[in-house]
Ligand binder design. Structure first.
Ligand code: HAM
Length: 429
């Protein structure tokens, strides 16, 4: 018999781990809701061409990391490596890319064939946010603030926000000419990986982790010096506004991001706690993506947070779940059906009600309720069931006699009274 295992770089998220994920997702979604950002869901599978055109053929993501295959109709399909290109496609396709402006979010699995290591998987999850149709500097600030505030809301400390500007296409092509000339002269001093990038994606060389190359790059031309007056002014205003909002940042002129669509603002949020895969959030402006993909000129900016890395950074208080409110112990043919009826009624009161389905002895069922740390317990035997009633009481409570009550299944008024005086309910469940 074959023992099946999950594929390398993919992970099973088990129920106990998912408590933290669900708590984190809930906080994120609430924060997005408060910021008037609406959800969008696009397919996980897209035409390969979308990412080649959207992300850029010279990028590592497209040239080395995509899960691409021919479907049964011989179409080249790709499991999405990121969400921005898909959102752009969807907006163009549905004719809503330019008007009205859209503030959108998505959450879900992405796929990149990378070498798995701590914080890096082949199937991973992102929360992405895209502001489409927004040009103002304020929208850059709002996007960075949103990313920052989500991380703050989750209680994550010691984060570093790094910002840079990539200018517009003209700034970049002017820089690229000068940089290529410099690379020609200095090629042999660079590491092999950087040498390979000269033809494919020279800008990415700036992002190298190779210590020797980093040193040599200090003598290279800087993109910053090729910015037009307009691009420079935009960048300076962003810095000024971040300072006013007291969002600490550092400038990193080598921050170029791994996807080709960026213009002007680029930013990343990192944490030293994450080790070598330190970036928890990356984003930036992409004013040309929509037009490159066949849509109208549409300014846009966004970011994505890697959820696996985020979960590592979040504290253990988010691993806690709400206890069971009521455990329903029941035994006997009549008792079972009454218990079932009661469990549905209790859930309509927004309670977490767990129905014991085992048919085991009362004592075994009590033990289970104890193990679950249920706040209260309902006991129904056939004697109670015949009378259409049940006993409800607080569990493990010294004064349980005072709190115990026998209630008829039809008596909603007394049931509600008992619940309100004995259980504190979390309406946000
Ligand atoms: P990205 O920088 O490629 O940007 O990815 C964003 C985040 O996803 C990274 O900072 C990291 O936390 C997480 N991530 C990426 N690859 C992996 C992996 N293999 N395993 C675990 N986590 C990973 C984008 O994807 C852009 N679409 C962001 C964006 C949105 N820019 C504008 N709008």
């Amino acid at each position: 018999m074959n023992n099946f295992k999950n594929l390398r770089g993919t992970v099973d998220l088990l129920p106990d781990q998912l408590i933290k994920w669900q708590n984190v997702e809930k906080i994120i979604i609430q924060q997005l809701f408060r910021s008037s950002v609406k959800e969008i869901r696009t397919p996980i599978l897209e035409m390969t061409e979308l990412f080649m055109r959207g992300i850029g053929e010279g990028t590592d993501v497209v040239s080395k990391e995509m899960y691409t295959f021919l479907d049964r109709g011989e179409r080249s399909c790709t499991l999405r490596p990121e969400g921005t290109a898909s959102v752009a496609r969807a907006l163009i396709q549905h004719g809503i890319s330019t008007r009205p402006s859209q503030k959108l979010w998505y959450m879900g699995p992405m796929f990149r064939y990378e070498r798995p290591q701590a914080g890096r998987q082949r199937q991973f999850h992102q929360l992405g946010v895209e502001f489409v149709g927004y040009e103002s500097v304020s929208s850059d600030i709002e996007i960075i603030t949103l990313a920052w505030d989500i991380l703050q809301k989750l209680g994550i400390k010691e984060l570093n926000l790094e910002i840079n500007t990539l200018g517009d296409h003209i700034d970049r092509s002017n820089f690229q000419k000068a940089f290529l000339n410099w690379l020609e002269v200095n090629k042999n001093s660079l590491d092999l990986d950087s040498q390979r990038r000269i033809d494919k994606n020279p800008l990415r060389i700036l992002d190298t982790k190779n210590v020797q190359t980093k040193k040599i790059l200090k003598g290279a031309p800087r993109l910053f010096d090729f910015l037009s007056e307009k691009s420079l002014e935009r960048y300076l205003i962003i810095k000024e506004k971040l300072k006013i909002l007291k969002i600490p940042f550092i400038e990193n002129f080598n921050l170029v991001r791994g996807l080709d669509y960026y213009t002007h603002t680029a930013f990343e949020i990192t944490s030293g706690t994450l080790g070598s895969q330190a970036t928890v959030c990356g984003g930036g402006r992409y004013d040309s993506l929509m037009s490159q993909m066949g849509g109208a000129e549409t300014p846009a900016i966004g970011f994505a947070i890697g959820l696996e890395r985020l979960i590592i950074l979040c504290g253990s208080e988010l691993e806690e779940t709400r206890e069971t409110d009521i455990y329903i112990v029941n035994k006997g043919r009549h008792a079972e059906i009454l218990a079932m009826e009661l469990s549905r009624k209790l859930r309509n009161f927004d309670l977490i009600a767990e129905l014991d389905l085992s048919g085991a002895s009362f004592s075994k069922q009590f033990k289970k309720a104890n193990k679950l740390k249920s706040k209260s317990i309902v006991v129904i035997g056939d004697d109670e069931a015949v009378k259409n009633e049940f006993v409800i009481r607080l569990f493990n409570n010294d004064n349980s006699e005072n709190k115990e009550e026998t209630i008829s299944i039809e008596d909603n008024i007394n049931l509600e009274k008992w619940i309100k005086s004995n259980l504190i309910l979390d309406k946000n469940l």
